[in-house]
Write a new protein. Structure first.
Lengths: 260, 592, 233
């Protein structure tokens, strides 16, 4: 039996129909329509809004950062990629959470890092030559920063002061517990970029806000029919690695160990 | 004490492109072949499936398909008067790891070499003279290969048909073909598959290149344009332009790799045995030091084995090929101070670095819709395709309107003058992401007596063996070359309607911190003269005739183009020599 | 059936009464490019066009869920781009179907755009399904999610999106599509009768055998792809 409810008929007649409906029903239809993944990539009718779920920073359970480190990281990332009225920034996107989980995990412990000595500073073309794992590097450097700024913590500075302080780190010349400040800054910035642009599965890029911002469609990528349509506007909502058929993100891609 | 195993006919050190191809040919000839692969087994299904494979953080940034630096790294310095330090995290080049090697995560760019590439020294001297070459750089050590393009043409053809390369011929038996590369070396027939679809960035490049009088052609691609059954009976599918090509494996059976074009025909042969997670420590030689008896390797559990073999093929990627020779004491190591010795000599790389073109915001580029080899190219400035008489350098680059994806951690361009971070940076990223084109400059790396490979005196790998030490900087010649071409490319960028064109061009010093190409060449070069080469024209070691070193290590200098097709052709060429000549009469194939 | 025809008639009257005056006013943008009009699409779905195209709702239902028999595919919520392309393909014979081909040929491009926009925006509940064997569904799931190594088949989800919800705009959803329709289309590609998506679906379909086609179709039929529908997975 087909479902030809009045609601369905009226939904089909859009503007005209909506005008004669009670307000509550119109609202329900509008919400149901906007939840649909049909050309809903633009900020106005993305399921969770163009600027992320909200302009608020998500609450994070930190595994690696202590409270003082987290305070620095949150404030610093909020300056590195700030929010504006259109799009969330690194903080609201959850980049501090991303960083925290990376530092608490294998990467932080030095996976894939050649870790034998002897250590020498080297030339710029020889790359990273410090003995620190990323976890050691961040702990040491942020500890040194927080100590230096004990009287006036970074999180309490004005945005301009914060920017100036970050620029001074970027310029180098300061030693942060054995970590040159420009090396620390480069690591911090790289983590911020990753936390902003990586798949939400890793704890950042909440609601794929950065992908919506730039128009990157995400991990599901099959463009045989579209690649030669020059200039076409692709505005489907982006799709994440661990997205399921309901648009929820969860950690169950279902890949078995062996081919079935 | 190593456990001695039963002898086999052939051992390959590494099961990537060269190792799997060599094994297939020799297994077909009835030999008992063992492939020793450092990395783990992996297959299209289930290991390369979406969406897990489309994980930029894991594969592009954390480099999941690359060698683990905690186990094996390379040390590096720009010149001999510096101390080489470990490349603690890969940057400029990314040696692959895992069954199939780098041939799994490559981009599929599939050019042949030029006729003159194989007789480079003879040709340059003939065309420009000795004084000209000296003036380009007294340290340059370009050489001939000992084999000609004409000898290799059938093998290029065979390799292209194995892979199913998608392209448009430009020169069939001397007849220039419309729509192809008029500069290309003559080929006997068309590509096995037609060119890929042309994305917007490539079309914009093509139109401007044409207007400027150049000769654009579709980039030859081993990401297939249509379904194809290769001569081994293996089926490949059409590429879907997913934009996750380099550093990633293909989910669709659409990119040529050992998994798609070789292994299914190899692994079911009873006379082939694949052993993964096995690290070969060295080749063992008998007391004469002129014959290999087999190899010593360590398996995943740390147990050491000796695998005796009649024939040892070093098929471990250019850098590991050279390292294996050095660790095994095969051939005289190169000494840069005296100029004597050959193993490690003539290491070269690739000269790259093109412009970024910022277009008007009304133009949607959609860079995420791309394969690894979807573009339009001009070869007008490749190699010696143009007259260098008054230019003061040798060599050249191809120029390509090619983008291989729009993955955002790696790609978020902003025009010059944009702050490096902050609100303005973020707005510029949003403004320019989908309206920016990068053009590729990709070309020759001239061999120099200053650039070489040897064993590091200080740093070791996880098995306690010395790391390979790389001493390299771009010769001044190559810098001049790429700067000259950079000016030409800027013109093309402006003709494309670029509002801002950020000039490319290579600079010294060469840095390992920025990705350029995983096209490492030389160190065990091929040639006619044992005083300047490690292997003969069949890639057979002069010093130990039952060892062949097969791969990019054989190149006396690097050519304009991505080198995979040339390596494949040389592999087939070598395997034919082994089957037709060596097996019938083992011993040196070339008398000195 | 009688009930349905009455409902259709009721719908037709209601809609026509409400929209008669609107269709004339439907905008062409100043540049002349047609802006898809779902309201006009609803009218065509209900009553067809003067050129003789019958109303889509007669087979696909007004809400696009069709009638549950599987004879007609579910088109509700399908990507508008994809729906348009199929109608154009029916019109050009890239797809040939005794029912759809003449219908599509009778529609103008504007009709097609409006219809696609109308059906694309719908999200009706899923109808109760006939019961394929759980074993069949279970055997289809790995093919959908992972593929088959021995046969060189990649996962359907690679292109058809997470859980088969589609990769708009060009790649349709499979989740919730009637198994008999999905199976039929795979057979059409396999036998060379469907010529759309060349080098894509035809190649994949040829790798599948009858059992695999039935399994993957049965699996996708019971995957719920819409955020608004009752979740069974």
């Amino acid at each position: 039996m087909t479902d030809l409810s009045r609601r369905t008929i009226i939904k089909g007649t859009s503007a005209i129909g909506a005008a004669i409906l009670p307000a509550t029903l119109t609202e329900k239809i509008a919400r149901a329509d906007s939840a649909h993944n049909q050309g809903a990539g633009s900020p106005a009718n993305a399921p969770s809004g163009g600027a992320g779920v909200s302009h608020e920073a998500p609450s994070t359970t930190y595994l690696f950062f202590n409270t003082e480190e987290a305070a620095f990281v949150e404030a610093a990332l909020a300056r590195l990629i700030p929010k504006d009225d259109q799009w969330a920034g690194a903080l609201e996107a959850g980049a501090p959470n991303y960083m925290d989980k990376q530092l608490a995990g294998a990467w932080g412990a030095g996976e894939r890092l050649y870790r034998s000595g002897p250590w020498q500073p080297g030339t710029p073309t020889q790359g990273y030559q410090l003995p620190f794992t990323p976890a050691e590097l961040f702990r040491g450097a942020i500890g040194a920063i927080n100590k230096e700024l004990a009287q006036r913590p970074f999180a309490k500075m004005s945005p301009d002061e914060q920017d100036n302080y970050l620029k001074s780190l970027e310029a180098g010349g300061k030693d942060l517990g054995g970590v040159p400040s420009d090396v620390f800054f480069a690591h911090l910035w790289q983590c911020t970029l990753e936390g902003f642009f990586s798949d939400p599965v890793y704890g950042g890029n909440r609601d794929m806000v950065s992908w919506r911002m730039i128009g990157f469609p995400g991990a599901y990528a099959s463009y045989y029919d579209l690649v030669d349509q020059h200039g076409i506007k692709i505005d489907r909502p982006p799709m994440s690695l661990a997205q399921d058929a309901h648009g929820r993100i969860h950690m169950n891609p279902g890949i078995p160990a062996r081919s079935p | 004490m190593a456990q001695r195993l039963k002898p086999v006919d052939v051992v390959t050190i590494g099961v990537g492109l060269t190792g799997s191809l060599a094994a297939l040919e020799l297994a077909k000839a009835g030999l008992k072949v063992v492939g020793l692969e450092r990395g783990a087994p992996r297959y299209t299904v289930p290991d390369f499936q979406s969406p897990a494979i489309h994980d930029e953080l894991r594969f592009s940034i954390r480099k999941a398909m690359m060698q683990d630096n905690t186990k094996v790294a390379v040390t590096f310095r720009n010149s001999s008067d510096e101390t080489a330090l470990p490349i603690r995290r890969w940057g400029s080049f990314l040696p692959g790891q895992g069954l199939g090697g780098s041939f799994v995560h490559w981009n599929g760019q599939s050019y042949r070499a030029q006729v003159v590439d194989f007789i480079y020294q003879t040709h340059i001297l003939q065309r420009y003279g000795k004084k000209f070459l000296e003036a380009c750089g007294p340290e340059l050590t370009i050489q001939d290969w000992g084999v000609t393009y004409e000898e290799l043409e059938p093998y290029f053809d065979r390799f292209e048909y194995l892979l199913g390369v998608s392209g448009k011929a430009g020169n069939i038996k001397g007849q220039i073909q419309r729509g192809g590369n008029p500069f290309e070396a003559p080929r006997s027939r068309e590509y096995p598959n037609p060119p890929m679809k042309e994305p917007y960035f490539a079309a914009l490049f093509r139109k401007s290149a044409e207007r400027l009088g150049y000769h654009p052609f579709p980039q030859p691609s081993s990401n297939l344009s249509r379904p194809y059954k290769n001569p081994e009976g293996l089926d490949l599918q059409a590429c879907v332009y997913c934009g996750f090509c380099e550093r990633y494996a293909c989910e669709h059976f659409a990119k040529a790799s050992p998994q798609t074009v070789i292994l299914p025909a190899l692994l079911n042969r009873p006379n082939y045995e694949l052993r993964t997670n096995c690290e070969v420590l060295r080749i063992n030689l008998d007391s004469t030091r002129k014959k290999a008896t087999g190899v010593t390797y360590v398996d995943a559990a740390g147990t050491e084995y000796e695998q005796p073999a009649e024939l040892v093929l070093i098929t471990a990627f250019a850098l590991s090929n050279v390292r294996t020779l050095l660790l095994s004491g095969i051939g005289e190591p190169y000494d840069p101070w005296t100029g004597k010795g050959v193993v490690g000599r003539n290491y070269s790389y690739q000269t790259t670095g093109g412009p970024t073109v910022f277009m008007d915001e009304s133009i949607n580029i959609n860079p995420f819709m791309a394969s690894g080899a979807t573009g339009t190219v001009i070869d007008d400035f490749g190699g010696d395709n143009f007259d260098h008489s008054n230019l003061g350098f040798i060599g050249g680059q191809y120029i390509a309107g090619t983008m291989t994806g729009g993955r955002p951690i790696e790609f978020h361009p902003t025009p010059p003058g944009t702050p490096e971070w902050g609100l303005e940076w973020k707005r510029a990223v949003a403004q320019h992401y989908n309206h920016t084109i990068t053009i590729v400059q990709h070309g020759t790396s001239t061999a120099s007596r200053l650039n070489y490979l040897d064993l590091d005196p200080t740093y070791k790998d996880a098995w306690g063996q010395p790391l390979l030490r790389m001493t390299f900087d771009f010769p001044e010649n190559d810098i001049r070359m790429s700067q000259y071409i950079a000016d030409k490319v800027v013109e093309i960028g402006r003709a494309m309607g670029g509002k801002v064109v950020v000039r490319g061009g290579a600079k010294r010093p060469y840095t390992t911190t920025v990705y350029q190409a995983t096209h490492n060449t030389g160190g065990a070069v091929m040639g006619d003269d044992p005083k300047t080469s490690v292997v003969n024209r069949y890639q057979q070691c002069w010093d130990v005739s039952n060892v062949f070193s097969i791969g990019g290590s054989s190149f006396p200098q690097n050519i304009t183009y991505n080198y995979t097709m040339t390596i494949g052709a040389l592999t087939y060429w070598t395997l034919d020599a082994i089957k037709d000549k060596y097996l019938k009469s083992p011993g040196p194939l070339v008398q000195t | 059936m009688i009930c349905r025809h009455l409902l259709v008639a009721l719908v037709t009257c209601t809609v026509a009464a409400g929209l008669g005056s609107v269709s004339a006013a439907l905008a062409q943008t100043p540049s002349g490019a047609h802006v898809p009009d779902p309201a006009r699409g609803a009218v065509i779905a209900a009553q067809g066009t003067r050129a003789g195209a019958p109303g889509c709702a007669q087979c696909h239902a007004f809400n696009g869920a069709s009638d549950g028999s599987g004879a007609f595919p579910r088109i509700a919520g399908q990507s508008a781009y994809y729906l348009e392309k199929q109608l154009h393909d029916f019109s050009s014979n890239a797809r040939v179907n005794a029912i759809m081909s003449p219908i599509a040929k009778a529609l103008t491009p504007d009709d097609i755009a409006d219809l696609a926009a109308y059906y694309a925006a719908l999200d009706p509940p899923f109808l109760p399904l006939p019961d394929p064997t759980p074993a069949l569904i279970k055997s289809g799931e790995p093919l959908a999610k992972v593929g088959n190594a021995a046969k060189g088949i990649q996962a359907c989800d690679n292109c058809h999106g997470p859980g088969g919800t589609g990769e708009p705009p060009a790649i349709p959803y499979l989740a919730g599509q009637y198994a008999s329709y999905t199976a039929l289309e795979l057979q059409m590609w396999q036998r060379g009768f469907r010529k759309s998506s060349p080098h894509q679906m035809d190649d994949v379909a040829k790798l599948l055998n009858e059992q695999e086609i039935a399994a993957v179709a049965a699996y996708y039929q019971q995957v719920r792809g819409s955020a608004g529908a009752a979740a069974s997975r």
